[in-house]
Design a protein around this ligand. Structure first.
Ligand code: URA
Length: 441
């Protein structure tokens, strides 16, 4: 078997057998296939697709490219969640402490930013001292100690996905249903969760641009879950505009803290509580309760400060530093570059997630190349979103860079141009977009 034959077979629309897929995964994992051939193969998959059997084979081979965690001797149903990525998606750092405060063990394996979307690992690493390197053999002890853990991929856990993920990010090969579903599901299977709840984002700021492809992706992951014996629930959420008000690593963590202190925006609360409800329903803690009851309890966990206190426990348990009020200390400070104001009265009719995600990357909040170092302080604060009434002179948005690694004026100008294209103001009132588009399980 050789890699060129596999590339040509997929390029010409062929169906790969299990052995061929295992050959590819083995070659990526052991670094015997050069990046240019891996990239070319990924592009062929993006164009030609994979059937369910090929996708399941790719998932299982990637899951087995490292260790598989056995969490069976930790009491309780271990639920994991994952998002297909979005702009301003700060759900995980809020959701984990909320779900954990019900006494549910949470093992969360997250990724870094991909394309124009932010990554949970990058966001947590904006906290001084926080380590996302957790070895699979430490999972059990961590869960017993803190009740939750937030880990990145180590060399031990789905290492093939780790390598492919970074390469896809810089080769235009992210938005492919088999590549996304195998990437996510391989990590979930390797992480050892009993049940999986997925947030499938849909809209300009997501990889799935419309509801039909989001449903297709959901069905692909549910099919893999069936094969692997793990129940999968998919929440379809809107990503036509960023979630919440902040985009960028430190900025988003600041919004996380504000949300856990009871000052969350309704869109953030809606997505977090819907995801939490789907996770809790899978466990004894949710049995016999209606969705409304569970959502009400989640809100109480936030209002009472219990979830904020669990957030602090998570930060401390992974080496992060908190100040006297229990808030994280960050590696940098966002530095305000400029605020842009509305030039007319009206209603915001467009606040485009993709353009805002790209503008945020240009400011330094995301990677343009595989080895780029992220500027943790960079990003954007949105003062108005779709449906909001604006008067001439109201602030629309503010651009930030970090105080340590400031980008060039050219990059700021480019980001500003993107932001100009992202916003539209209409004369007539505009409805606020629905956050949740459906749930499939
Ligand atoms: N998240 C992942 O882990 N992988 C993808 O391919 C996309 C989002």
């Amino acid at each position: 078997m050789n890699m060129l034959e596999l590339i040509e077979k997929k390029r010409d629309g062929g169906v790969l057998d299990t052995k061929e897929i295992e050959f590819f995964v083995d070659g990526v994992t052991h670094k015997t296939i050069p990046d240019y051939q891996i990239s070319s193969f990924l592009m062929a998959v993006l164009w030609r697709g994979m059937n369910d059997r090929e996708t399941a084979d790719l998932t299982m081979a990637m899951a087995h490219s490292g260790k598989i965690c056995d969490l069976s001797d930790i009491p309780g149903v271990k639920v994991d969640k994952h998002s297909t990525g979005g702009v301003g998606d700060k759900v995980t750092p809020i959701l984990l402490p909320v779900v954990s405060s019900f006494g549910i063990p949470c093992v969360k394996l997250s990724g870094r930013g991909l394309g124009f979307t932010g990554g949970t690992i990058d966001k947590f690493e904006s906290i001084s001292g926080f380590s996302t390197t957790v070895k699979p053999e430490e999972f059990k002890a961590r869960i017993e100690k803190c009740g939750m853990l937030l880990g990145g991929q180590t060399e031990d856990l789905a290492p093939c996905d780790k390598y492919l993920y970074a390469l896809r990010d810089v080769t235009g090969t992210v938005p492919s249903i088999p590549l996304i579903s195998s990437s996510i599901m391989s990590k979930k299977i390797a992480g050892g969760a009993d049940a999986i709840v997925l947030d499938i984002t849909c809209g300009s700021g997501a990889f799935m641009k419309d509801l039909k492809s989001a449903e297709e992706l959901a069905n692909s992951m549910i099919a893999i879950g069936k094969l692997a014996g793990r129940p999968v629930t998919c929440v379809l959420s809107s990503m036509v505009q960023p979630l919440g008000a902040m985009v960028g690593n430190i900025l988003e963590m600041q919004e996380v803290v504000a949300t856990l202190q009871g000052q969350g925006r309704p869109d953030v609360i809606k997505v977090v509580t819907t995801m939490a409800c789907e996770m809790i329903k899978r466990t004894p803690q949710g049995r016999g309760k209606s969705d409304e009851e569970i959502i009400g309890e989640c809100k109480k966990k936030i209002e009472s400060g219990e979830a904020f206190s669990r957030f602090g426990d998570l930060i401390l348990s992974q080496g992060g530093i908190l100040d006297a009020s229990g808030c994280p200390i960050y590696v940098d400070e966002p530095f305000e570059v400029m605020t842009v104001y509305a030039d007319r009265d009206g209603y915001v009719s467009r606040c485009d997630a993709l353009e805002i995600g790209e503008a945020s990357c240009l400011l330094g909040a995301g990677r343009m190349e595989k080895d780029d170092v992220i500027d943790m302080g960079a990003g954007i604060r949105l003062s108005k979103k779709v449906g909001d009434k604006v008067s001439r002179g109201d602030a629309l948005f503010t651009l930030y860079t970090g105080s340590k690694a400031r980008v060039s004026d050219e990059r700021v100008d480019e980001a500003l141009m993107k932001m100009d294209g992202a916003f539209e103001i209409a004369d007539e009132p505009v409805e606020t977009p629905k956050e949740i588009l459906g749930v499939i399980s």
